[in-house]
Design a protein around this ligand. Sequence first.
Ligand code: FAD
Length: 384
Amino acid sequence: MRRHAIVVGGGIGGLATALALRRIGWQATVLERAAELGEIGAGMSQAPNALRALAELGVEEQARAVGAPTYSSGNLRTPDGRHLQQARPGDATALLAFARADLHRVLLEAVPTGWIRPDAEVTAIRQNADGVTVGFGGGELTADLVIAADGIRSTVRRLLWPDAPPPRFLGRTAWLGIAQVPGLPGSMTMGPGGYFLIHPIARGRAYWAYVTTADAPGVRYDQEKTEVARRVGTWHDPIPALVEATPGEAVIHIDICDLDPLPAYVRGRVALLGDAAHAMSPDRGQGAGQSIEDAVVLAAALAGEHTVDAALRRYDADRRPRTQATARGARKDGDRIISKAAHRAMVTMIRMMPARWWRKGIAADGNATWRWRPPRLPSPATRP
Ligand code: FAD
């Protein structure tokens, strides 16, 4: 009989998990609380580590078809428009940028029809020697394994890890949007206490994000677009025009939070995955990428070990060090980039760095996080 897993949450992490399980011959049910599956939010970039993981899931080509090459921090400027580092047109860049909804759709289209149950909010979970049972609006379901990919405010984490601290507000807030502005190269503009990121995305659009310091979470404005326009209105072109070109109702305002490291990602037959396990600050562009890596590593462990328990031990031992180091690094990077006090010194240091070093940073093996290679999943043809 085919092994069966319940995946809680149909975001990028949950769908990647369903695909990875399918690759190793398991069956999965994805319980998603939203009535309709889709990604809210604006855009994101993916680095070679995540693209390799997508290849292992069999959807790299489809993802590349909806992605756009981006230089992002290969093109660094100050708000007055000075270039600190500048990628040359044609410089190799290994980063791809996406509208979130596009990448999510690629995964969704590859998950077998019938595996997804929308409108199914998980509210309870219990386990015994025979398996795990989850309760959700609509009933109960029992499986060999539950993978909780229910995001930074995970219900499953709250139920099974009651001592885990809640998400930590990092003193930063962000506005995000997508505008129909073709032909912009990816760039990052560093001001004192805030930065503005631009990524070109498919179909002649650009994704932007403005991240800045905030004393407290939850501060909101009647007109979010007007507020962000006020803050970056004097920054160099095309920043003000890009904000102006974004439909007001599509401007998103969120507070940046992450999770303190958990002592374990596994409890019995339940594994946390993605933001539920290791939500991180966006400053390394790695949160969703790490969730895709999680999915491949978990499936490889399930395929390679004789028992589910042994596979979960392997998953936990493999993923905790890498994801927690990445989260730690992202938190630090964010503090540094946003620091008003360190701004002048950082700008001087970046300007002095040889351009060839900077350009290397956007190439395929640009940094240690990007060099990660996924374990091979058994190909469908060789599966027992
Ligand atoms: P989520 O996307 O949060 O999905 C969780 C899903 O679970 C949702 O669909 C939710 O409805 C569902 N759910 C929740 N509770 C329940 C329940 N009780 N029952 C059933 N369903 C439930 N990452 C990158 O890789 N690259 C980037 O460039 C990047 N940029 C970012 C920029 C910003 C500003 C932010 C905030 C994050 C960024 N990230 C980036 C991180 C990335 O967004 C997350 O890491 C990623 O979306 C996490 O995916 P997930 O599937 O784990 O969780």
